[in-house]
Design a binder for this molecule. Sequence first.
Ligand SMILES: Cc1cc2nc3c(=O)[nH]c(=O)nc-3n(C[C@H](O)[C@H](O)[C@H](O)COP(=O)(O)O)c2cc1C
Length: 383
Amino acid sequence: MTLHTRLCDLLGIETPILLAGMGRASTPELAAAVSNAGGLGVLGAASCGPNQLRAWIRRMRELTDRPFGVDTLLPASVRRGGGNAGGPPAESLLPQHRGFAQDFMAREGLNPLDEAGLAAALGRDPADRDGPVPLSRAFFEAQMEVVIEERVPVYAAGLGNPAPWLDRLHANGTKVMAVVGTTRHARQVVESGIDLIVAQGHDGGGHNAPIGTMALIPQVVDAVAGRVPVLGAGGIGDGRGIAAALMLGAEGVWIGTAFLATEEAGIAPAQKQALVAGNDEGTTVSRSVTGKPARMVKNRWAVAYAEAGLEPLPMPYQGMVSSPVTAAALAADRADIWGGFAGQGLGMIQGVRPAAEVLRDLATGAERVLAGAGRFTDRAAGG
Ligand SMILES: Cc1cc2nc3c(=O)[nH]c(=O)nc-3n(C[C@H](O)[C@H](O)[C@H](O)COP(=O)(O)O)c2cc1C
């Protein structure tokens, strides 16, 4: 039995497993390993400035001649210029939050980094130094121009609705997908004309909505009523999870955390070890890093914010507060302060492996489970 759905034909891939776009972690090396092994590798380009994004896409084309995707964020709140709903302007609160971050770093013995050290720790390309502020509206728009100019095979909006860019993307033959966490958002993006949808449940790593994967997938499948294929995401860590997502009506899966502890993933060795050591209770949801709720490895920064009773600032301001802290923690190998985003499937990670091996095990694991599914009905059929 070989796993195959209409998604494979739509995207020109062998197995309906997509590497989720994970900011910084889904590098050209990781995404190419997944594409070359028969899945679809998607670059986690959310925090790449436009120059770095172009370099990543070109590097990807050197590493594979197979289809691939690019993931960035298009949050409606930032594009609307949304501020601190009902409260004082976020800019005016920045000094207080930056002061909190400085005190926290002093307490934890973290040395502040200069601008070059911060960029290096966060993997930012110096070529983008004078470009727009990361995760700001101008930043997102500059990224989209590169995605369009480079005519990528697949584009994924990790947050928001790519509607304003759809005509230009489609004119290039780019397949467009959107990650959603509610049926309301699913209907909106399908109405806009996207080609694929990812239903990502609360179990998943990174930004997420409150609805669990098991409940979300079938409701999104029903909401889009066959108009576009749905991929399941969030907490899918082995073949059993893939089989379950397909049984819930998905036609493929979008997997992040299971690919994080791979040789190719663009995260620090200390972060990979924290993933291997982690278990099902190892994650938390916090707004302390980007300003939007995101699932991450439990960490001292999120705890400190919660204990201080400080309301995190909206995107992109919270990133300006947290990035000096996360960068300093990365530079000091302090995964206890910032271990990165991860989903609840953490406990299924057994070690750091090559990505192609992870993909193969996911596919063969799903095939094995699906091949054995008849045992649930044999007895009934036999009378
Ligand atoms: C380390 C990490 C970084 C992520 N960064 C992004 C991102 O930049 N853009 C995005 O759309 N989703 C991001 N996500 C969410 C993933 O695309 C995906 O939806 C999620 O990983 C699926 O759940 P899982 O981690 O349980 O497999 C990230 C997830 C992780 C674990």
